[in-house]
Write a protein that binds this ligand. Structure first.
Ligand SMILES: [Zn+2]
Ligand SMILES: [Zn+2]
Length: 254
């Protein structure tokens, strides 16, 4: 089911930094002049909404210098291959996530695992929505690229990848040091239709490849110098990355 973008789906967080809510999933546009970095690309059904969000902030798909992927789940790479093939946009990610994006394997919660949890509040409606948005579609990125070098990337916003394995093996958050922003992907979220709490938290257990490593990655996130958190799911969180990570850690222990 294609997502139709509304005006209030786009939040200008800081000058040139926008977070956009698609079908229960977010992507981030980091603008610098006439160019931008796009972090994540929603579900396959969010493709038109991704293009509309670029247009709404005065950019075109050709002005995307690169797509950065936090991890290769369908709700984050939905429009990546289209941007790559139609507009020549490179799609970058951690080297450990490259084979996953190519779909040499799929490391994503299965329909069977979801159905086993269907008794939990919110799980079934979320699953129906996710399938309609393309959650089970086959959407490989055929030529994903690893980051060219360690450290800050030479892209609009100067994003710095923060390897945060656990949710998937090659999951990365992105630090925007000039803005004090942490784009945390699915390593640290603030809400999800299958969770009853709001605020910084880990996703429910069934979504992680290795929950223990996901917990450990909260240390890496907590060490980032940022006062604004832009998660892959849920609203913007104002507060230090350190505080957000420790809240998520406490909740995971409880
Ligand atoms: Zn994910
Ligand atoms: Zn996600």
């Amino acid at each position: 089911m294609p997502k139709v973008l509304r005006e209030d789906d786009i939040v200008c967080v800081e000058s040139g930094v926008y977070t956009v809510s698609g079908s229960n999933t977010n992507w981030v546009i980091v603008r610098e002049g006439d160019s931008c970095t796009l972090i994540d690309t929603g579900y396959p059904g969010d493709r038109d909404a991704v293009l509309a969000s670029l247009e709404a902030v005065g950019l075109s798909p050709r002005s995307v210098a690169a797509v950065l992927i936090t991890h290769a789940h369908n709700d984050h790479i939905g429009a990546a291959e289209h941007l790559r093939t139609a507009y020549g946009v490179p799609v970058l990610m951690h080297a450990d996530e490259v084979p996953h994006a190519r779909r040499d394997f799929l490391d994503q919660v299965s329909v069977g695992q979801v159905l086993a949890q269907a008794w939990r509040p919110g799980v079934l409606p979320w699953a129906v929505h996710a399938v309609r948005a393309g959650g089970t579609a086959h959407v490989p990125v055929t030529e994903p690229r690893p980051f060219p070098a360690p450290g800050a990337l030479d892209l609009p916003g100067g994003p710095v990848p923060v390897h945060t394995p656990g949710h998937t093996k090659g999951h990365c958050a992105y630090h925007l040091p000039r803005n004090g922003i942490l784009v945390s992907g699915d390593a640290l979220v603030t809400a999800h239709p299958t969770s009853r709490i709001s605020g910084p938290q880990l996703l429910p257990d069934m979504f992680h490849t290795d929950r223990g490593r996901a917990l450990g990655s909260l240390d890496a996130l907590g060490g980032v110098d940022a006062g604004i958190l832009l998660p892959g799911h849920g609203p913007v969180h104002l507060g230090s990355a350190e505080e957000a990570a420790s809240t998520a850690r406490e909740r995971a222990a409880g």
